[in-house]
Design a protein around this ligand. Structure first.
Ligand code: 1VU
Length: 283
């Protein structure tokens, strides 16, 4: 999944618009974008939507309410029978949260429903990003959030005067990337909230793809095409990957080769193969 578009689950209009946005996944949100007074209505709207949706479109993912609220169990009980592709758990504290929700989905007969986590929304959660590996077989991705973390820290802002995330948020982003890769699941970058600033979004998405993230969340349909473009390997990337593999094949049984004056060894071969495999998957 390259692009995952958040859609408030209590907005029929946005649900309809999101479906045609080109996003690889829609995250129907029952959490922060839904007012407390509307939680039940949002749950019903999400369930009805799942039951009626054309399942050949984007993956349909549900963000439940956090595990320290009175809502999450009722969210799962209503949503799991309607068979979403995935559940997103907000404000996870460690792999134990995945186990708790994964076991509950098992008991509700959740088939192959996956789990994603927004894993950096409290200060404590930054110290446990290494605990997600092996937490539950349903775990499919980790992502990060700066907004709740800055609220938790009592910060005045999470970006500097140049629009770059400051230290605590860079740390959260990096630990999410490392924690996801260590757990063998997809690292997904967080949202770009200034949704009219397409250049800023593209720069942030390119930096994420460069570092190893495989996709990015969106909050507005206009962000989807930019994210898809950035996270789809382009022709130049693919041609380079093919050239790396060809250089090793021509050299025979060696550990290192040179291509255009640059040393290539096993990590470069591995990267080239992974890129081609990802491109094949997205076709
Ligand atoms: O052209 P139309 O009038 O038919 O539609 C509008 C608007 O309804 C629609 N639209 C969306 N459709 C689907 N999904 C969306 N997320 C979405 N956002 C907008 O697009 C048309 C143009 O909209 P607009 O440019 O006039 O923007 P609005 O002022 O309507 O909406 C802006 C907000 C920010 C309110 C909207 O984009 C939104 O609700 N976004 C999702 C917010 C959300 O889910 N937040 C929680 C997740 S973020 C997080 O927790 C980080 C971890």
């Amino acid at each position: 999944m390259r692009s995952l578009l958040f859609v408030p689950a209590d907005s029929e209009k946005k649900l309809a618009k999101g479906f045609g946005s080109g996003a690889d996944a829609l995250i129907l949100d029952l959490e922060d974008s839904v007012a407390l007074s509307n939680k039940e209505a949002a749950r019903k709207s999400a369930t009805d939507y799942l039951k009626g949706a054309d399942r050949s479109g984007p993956k349909l993912v549900l963000r439940i309410n956090a595990l320290d609220t009175p809502f999450w169990e009722a969210d799962l009980e209503a949503i799991i029978p309607a068979k979403p592709d995935m559940i997103v758990i907000p404000k996870t504290l460690s792999g134990a949260c995945v186990k708790k929700v994964g076991d509950r989905i098992d008991r509700l007969g959740g088939g192959d429903i996956g789990i994603g986590c927004v894993a950096t929304e409290t200060a404590a959660s930054l110290f446990t990003l290494g605990t997600y590996g092996g937490s539950h077989p349903r775990l499919a991705f980790l992502t990060w959030g700066a907004e709740d973390l800055s609220a938790a820290l009592g910060a005045r802002d999470n970006k500097d005067d140049h629009g770059n995330y400051t230290g605590p948020y860079q740390l959260a982003r990096t630990l999410t990337l490392l924690g996801a890769v260590a757990a063998g699941v997809a690292p997904i970058d967080g949202v770009w909230k200034d949704f009219r600033d397409e250049k800023g979004l593209e720069a942030e998405a390119r930096a994420a793809a460069r570092d190893g993230f495989t996709g990015k969340m969106a909050i507005h349909p206009a962000q989807v095409a930019i994210i898809n473009e950035v996270f789809t390997p382009n022709e130049a990337d693919l041609a380079h990957a093919r050239a790396v593999i060809a250089a090793f094949e021509q050299a025979g049984d060696v550990g290192v080769v040179a291509l255009d004056g640059v040393m290539l060894d096993m990590p470069h071969l591995k990267q080239a193969k992974a890129l081609l495999a990802r491109a094949a998957q997205s076709n």
